[in-house]
Design a protein around this ligand. Structure first.
Ligand code: AP5
Ligand code: MG
Length: 208
């Protein structure tokens, strides 16, 4: 990562690093698209990176396709390598920082992210947790499934994804709460309403 920070004493070395967390269908991708425009951040979505690997037919893609179709998580080691590459090739002249969408998803991934950031003299500013009712999540994903072509947008896989989220991803919330970098957002309502709530949290961190 090339660091050309305006304020080298800032704990994040001038970069804004935000994590968007939330159950499948909670709006992570949708809100990331809005956030990157407003704050000029690089969008790193582990799900999108994996779908790109699948589309390109790489070895990682072949393995990921099966795991994703089963609603399980791809191995930490593969994900961490993929994300580390993204962080290392980030051009700090082009972006003010990063929005992570769907990463970290396990405690091991969260710990690795903080280690990688640490090595680059930066850190996570905030994890934003989008809260959406389960009925609404199912509705959104099934509706998207009509056109998405995603092999995990069906009722059977959705149930597994929810279960995996509860067991493997929720523990990262405690991790970020403990270090005082946690905000919970009501993810119900229109995209604009949710975005408004998110910007309040990001602005509070950016203007610190
Ligand atoms: P990933 O791609 O991350 O999927 P996900 O977490 O299951 O979440 P989705 O992408 O389904 O939902 P979203 O929160 O982005 O919501 P969206 O904005 O699209 O991961 C897929 C799989 O890859 C995982 O299951 C795993 O196998 C693997 N993987 C990925 N990352 C991994 C990692 N770190 N480690 C291990 N494995 C990993 O919104 C959903 C729909 O609702 C859209 O159609 C949208 O238009 C609509 N919508 C959004 N907001 C609103 C609103 N406010 N009102 C009405 N509709 C809305
Ligand atoms: Mg998504």
């Amino acid at each position: 990562m090339e660091m050309e920070s305006e304020n080298p004493n800032h704990p994040t070395n001038g970069l804004i690093n935000i994590i968007l967390c939330g159950a499948p269908g909670s709006g992570k991708g949708t809100q990331s698209d809005l956030i990157i425009k407003k704050y000029n951040l690089l969008h790193i979505s582990s799900g999108e990176l994996l779908r790109k690997e699948i589309a390109e037919g790489t070895e990682l893609g072949k393995e990921a396709e099966i795991v994703i179709g089963n609603g399980q998580l791809v191995r930490d080691e593969m994900i961490i390598k993929m994300i580390e590459h993204q962080i290392e090739t980030l051009d700090a002249d082009l972006y003010n920082g990063v929005i992570f969408d769907g990463f970290p998803r396990t405690l091991a991934q969260a710990e690795s992210l903080e280690r990688i950031f640490n090595e680059h003299g930066t850190t996570t500013d905030l994890l934003i947790n989008l809260q959406v009712d389960e009925d609404e999540l199912v509705k959104r994903i099934l509706s998207r499934g009509k056109t998405s072509g995603r092999n995990d947008d069906n009722l059977e896989t959705i149930r597994k994804r929810f279960d995996v989220y509860e067991k493997q991803t929720k523990p990262i919330i405690g991790f970020y709460k403990n270090i005082g970098k946690y905000a919970e957002i009501d993810g119900m309502g229109t995209m604009e309403e949710v975005f408004e709530r998110i910007t309040k949290e990001i602005d509070a961190v950016v203007n610190e």
